[in-house]
Write a protein that binds this ligand. Structure first.
Ligand code: SAM
Length: 279
């Protein structure tokens, strides 16, 4: 398996479904680790067995014990141990524990290395068919409706695709709120990524909300397209609005009013107002 890795914390991505997605680098590191910190030791033990790897000591590190478990992990790292951090599935720190451990390691000058690999985020974005050059990963929305709707309002103006992790039970309610608060944008629901029953459904948010009224089986990611641009103002409707405004105000004020309402550049609207006003 090569030489022993240098001491430090290793953030190791593990498969989200298909076992073959684990990287060679992850296999080598997990085989050589002195200690694996994992969300659920049974899940990680099963993964090591499926991969045919030896089983180093496993220690739980999850949302409920992280505050207590972190000092012991930091102590092992200070002593020069090779510590792997894994999630039940996918990439640690992506809607999974690890951020505070990384922050504390960095504060103490302890080495941290990322072994990237599987995650549900990128395959969902890739397969959504929605713009991918700019996106915002929003993780899980709050489970309660009022907080969820508030969170969506904060995201409504973001000029990028949005990616959400969601529980199948709350999927329909979340899609309904998204349609109402973000607008009925094109979206995709990616289900059971990399697994045998992988399924992508692409449609408007309101249609997807209807389709998933009954909670689906498995795990889901929701991708929502960026805000849609308002259709360009046609020259006729611009003239009609300006002509009406010019009956009541100066070209300068009419241009300011119509530019604000239409979103068109003020200079362009003013130039047209001057033509219509015969000046
Ligand atoms: N850290 C993981 C990652 O890198 O994707 C995510 C962990 S988060 C606790 C679990 C959520 O990820 C699920 O509720 C679902 O939204 C998404 N997820 C994980 N595996 C998935 C899969 N195979 N297909 C679709 N979504 C998945």
């Amino acid at each position: 398996m090569g030489s022993k890795p240098a001491a430090g914390l290793y953030l190791v991505a593990t498969p989200i479904g298909n076992l073959d997605d684990i990287t060679l680098r992850a296999i080598k590191l997990l085989s050589a680790a002195d200690l694996i910190a994992c969300e659920d030791t049974r899940m990680t033990a099963k993964l090591l067995t499926l991969l045919g790897l030896p089983r180093p000591p496993l220690t739980p590190y999850h949302d409920h014990n992280a505050e207590r478990a972190r000092p012991a992990l930091l102590a092992r790292l200070r002593q020069g141990a090779v510590v792997a951090l894994v999630s039940d599935a996918g990439t640690p720190l992506l809607s999974d524990p690890g951020f505070r451990l990384v922050r504390d390691c960095l504060a103490e000058g302890l080495p941290v290395t990322s072994l990237p690999g599987p995650s549900a985020l990128l395959p969902a974005l890739q397969l959504s068919g929605l713009p991918s050059e700019r996106f915002l990963f929003a993780g899980f929305l709050p489970p309660k409706a009022a907080a969820r709707r508030r969170c969506l309002s904060e995201l409504a103006q973001v000029p990028a695709s949005l990616v959400f992790y969601e529980s199948p039970r709350r999927l329909a309610a979340a899609l309904t709120d998204m349609a109402e608060i973000l607008g009925d944008r094109p979206a995709a629901v990616a289900r059971e990524l990399t697994k045998m029953h992988e399924d992508l459904r692409r449609d408007r948010l309101s249609v997807l909300a209807g389709h998933y009224a009954e909670p689906p089986k498995g795990e889901v990611v929701v991708v929502v397209g960026p805000p849609e641009e308002a259709p360009p103002e046609s020259p006729d409707s611009l003239d009609a609005r300006l002509t009406a405004a010019l009956c009541e105000m100066s070209p300068r004020d009419a241009a300011a009013l119509v530019a604000a309402a239409s979103g068109l550049p003020r200079r362009q609207v003013y130039a047209r107002a001057m033509v219509l006003a015969g000046r």
